[in-house]
Ligand binder design. Structure first.
Ligand code: IPE
Ligand code: IPE
Ligand code: MG
Length: 261
């Protein structure tokens, strides 16, 4: 986006930004690395958990905006495999917050028509958090307005390892031949096999890295990095990200004339 365009956007209200969006060009699947909760809290001399708590408000608002706009899938990185290396106290606060979120939000999510799924090694979660996750998945399994996927104890490399292991078992059992393995077969064994690849990945907090998120699925995703910290990422920031996405030319390795013809 050039400077002139972004300064023009600065002057627009949220309603005006929404009107500028082309409904036909919205991403079907948005993935978000929700980063910067700790720094948000540190800037206010608060404990890190206060930032995680505030981040839940952003989750709520982003879900609402996705529903309003008709975005069909939202995948959010809530806890990575590597996050197990954080201090025990922070991990247990995050797990508590996950339970709090699911217990307080479940009814609203159902009313909103949100189907909740999770990806990651759920067996690493504490029992009660895992039970909340599984109950929410079951109770929302019939819903279809928004497919919300929570990446929990998730690692992109682990996901690929798990897929390869399953494939090898199938080969060992004689159900699959090595030559049957192609991209679509691998895709079927990923945790995300029911979802299309993300069209747009947003990472907040100014970091320009993927941090082991959806390594296979992001092959042709548009990447959007913003300095905004996750607790500050609300409706307006999502609208700006979507407007930027709509300015991108997705070429998938081809030349543009071949895509439009
Ligand atoms: C993201 O915020 C939330 C999780 C990783 C669980 P951080 O906790 O990473 O916040 P920063 O990056 O330290 O500011
Ligand atoms: C990525 O954020 C994981 C989540 C948002 C859950 P991190 O804060 O853990 O990532 P790094 O350590 O900065 O790469
Ligand atoms: Mg971080």
């Amino acid at each position: 986006m050039d400077t002139k365009d972004s300064s023009t956007l600065d002057q627009l209200s949220d309603e005006e930004l929404t009107i500028k969006l082309d409904p036909g060009l919205l991403p079907k699947h948005v993935a978000i690395i929700m980063d910067g909760n700790g720094r948000w809290a540190e800037l206010r001399s608060l404990p890190r958990i206060a930032g995680h708590r505030e981040g839940i408000k952003s989750v709520r608002e982003i879900i609402t905006v996705c529903l309003e706009l008709g975005i069909h899938a939202l995948t959010i990185y809530a806890f990575s495999q590597e996050n197990w290396n954080r201090p025990v106290q922070e991990i247990s606060s995050l797990m508590g917050l996950l339970e709090y979120y699911l217990s307080t939000e479940r009814t609203k999510l159902i009313e909103q028509g949100v189907r909740v799924r999770t990806i990651g090694r759920l067996d690493s979660l504490p029992t009660s958090a895992r039970q909340w996750v599984q109950a929410t998945e079951q109770e929302t399994a019939h819903l279809d307005r928004l497919h919300l996927t929570l990446a929990l104890s998730y690692g992109g490399r682990t996901e690929i390892v798990d897929a390869v292991r399953e494939l090898l078992h199938e080969v060992q059992d004689g159900k699959l031949q090595p030559d049957d393995v192609d991209e679509s077969r691998i895709q079927q064994y990923l945790y995300t096999h029911e979802l299309p690849d993300p069209d747009l990945l947003i990472r907040t907090s100014g970091e320009s890295r993927i941090s082991n998120f959806l390594l296979w699925q992001l092959a042709y995703t548009e990447l959007y990095f913003t300095p905004t910290l996750w607790p500050d990422f609300r409706r307006r920031e999502l609208l700006l990200a979507l407007l930027e996405y709509q300015r991108r030319e997705r070429r998938f390795g081809r030349v543009l004339s071949a895509i439009s013809s």
